[in-house]
Design a protein around this ligand. Structure first.
Ligand code: PLP
Length: 409
């Protein structure tokens, strides 16, 4: 059973919305793809950790040490359940999606890549899932190959099969494009990869909050996401990896917490996930992340998706009706992200003008410069919707855009 979410009710869970914008207008936050706002229970969980449980993890035999360890490892179990991983050992905490991808590039792909090999990514990757592979290819004299997309922002997967060969050592693909909103059919892509025994990483940064993730059913080799895009804190993220790959992978940071034994001559390392978590981790972040997952689960992802689908339909129709406005990214399956340009206005002008009306959108290349190059534009303005947005927010956006049109039209 699904229930429509009430964004007005949800907004009350987020203390940030109780403040006024300097313009005196209500705060209309349409930038959740960059980072989501945080509900009170996430803030409380982090606060509560420092107030009641603060100690270092794993080392303490004392009461507080045990509480901190329970908090931290409890979040690992929560994440395991959230993405349906087989074992807690498959969940590595990092500082975010970016660090997770870099860890796989260094610890896994680098070990398997030789001169002349290939890595395949898509045309719509965030720079975080592009540059680590580009740098790796440069180090190894390997080739980076790109799954092309068409004008609508849909990947041309009919070309993928023939791109893959025994030289392909890794595929890394985004689930939902942060600049176009395209939802990629990653289950099909994973099947194509595995038909040729190629490991595949899924960038779930934009999907983890809203879409059901089942790493076992999907059978992906790696999956990455960030806490701050799932209503959790900044500074904590997740790398999921199949246990067999994490065992094979080498650590890339060395120090406390990740060792089995150390002497001046030699050191041996703990098993995964500890071997990838050198140093004192982000324990307060883990406390916040667990609360964020709890919050999402209480709302229900099915309900969240229904709300976002209805809102996306409304926003697309309202924006589409504005003269001179062009939307970039019209794939059949889209998340609630709309990139657009209006008349001759630069994206930054759009964002600056509508900020005076209390409306927050992102302007720029959204860390996807190749996507901008594909359309031959430097930037777009981007609206990204979330659970606390209502039709009223979109109406405010449309009203604010009218003043952009008056200036530039
Ligand atoms: N991948 C996608 C699709 C994203 O949208 C983002 C952030 O916008 C990232 C990766 C990088 O995430 P982070 O900056 O949290 O590491």
């Amino acid at each position: 059973m699904s229930n429509m979410l009430d964004p007005y009710q949800i907004k009350k869970d987020f203390p940030i919305f109780s403040q006024a914008h300097p313009s005196g207008k209500p705060l209309t936050y349409l930038d959740s793809a960059a980072t989501t706002q945080k509900p009170q229970i996430v803030i409380n969980a982090m606060h509560g950790y420092y107030e009641k449980s603060n100690a270092n993890v794993h080392r303490g035999i004392h009461h507080l040490g045990n509480r901190a360890t329970l908090t931290y490892e409890g979040t690992r179990a929560k994440v395991q359940n959230f993405i349906h991983a087989r074992s807690r050992k498959e969940i590595v905490f990092t500082k975010g999606t970016t660090e997770s991808v870099n860890l796989v590039a260094y610890g896994f792909a680098e070990q398997r890549l030789n001169e002349g090999d290939e890595i395949v990514i898509s045309a719509m990757e965030h720079h975080s899932n592009l540059i680590p592979w580009q740098m790796l290819c440069r180090r190894k004299k390997a080739k980076l190959r790109i799954i092309p997309m068409d004008e609508s922002g849909t990947l041309q997967l009919d070309q993928l099969d023939e791109m893959l060969s025994e030289r392909t050592k890794m595929i890394a693909v985004v689930h939902i494009s942060n600049s176009l909103g395209t939802i990629n059919p990653i289950e099909d892509i994973i099947k194509l990869a595995h038909a040729k025994d190629i490991p595949i990483l899924i960038d779930a940064a934009q999907s983890a909050a809203y879409y059901d993730i089942d790493v076992q059913a999907w059978d992906c080799d790696f999956l990455v996401f960030s806490g701050h895009k799932v209503f959790g804190p900044t500074g904590i993220g997740v790398l999921y990896g199949k246990e067999k790959w994490l065992e094979e992978m080498v650590p890339w940071q060395f120090g406390g917490e990740m060792i089995r034994s150390v002497s001046f001559e030699e050191s041996t390392f703990a098993e995964s996930p500890q071997k990838f978590e050198a140093g004192t981790p982000n324990i307060a972040g883990a406390a916040g992340l667990a609360a964020a997952i709890q919050y999402i689960e209480t709302l229900g992802k099915e309900n969240i998706r229904q709300h976002l689908k209805a809102l996306l339909g409304y926003a697309t129709a309202q924006l589409g009706a504005i003269e001179g406005l062009r939307i970039y990214g019209n794939a059949d399956k889209k998340s609630a992200i709309i990139s657009f340009m209006l008349e001759s206005a630069h994206a930054h002008d759009i964002a600056t003008i509508i900020d005076n009306h209390g409306v927050a959108v992102r302007a720029g290349h959204h860390c996807t410069q190749p996507v901008m190059a594909f359309y031959g534009i430097p930037a777009t303005a981007r609206v990204s919707l979330s659970i606390y947005n209502s039709r009223e927010d979109i109406d405010r956006l449309v009203e604010a855009l009218e003043s952009v049109r008056l200036i530039f039209g």
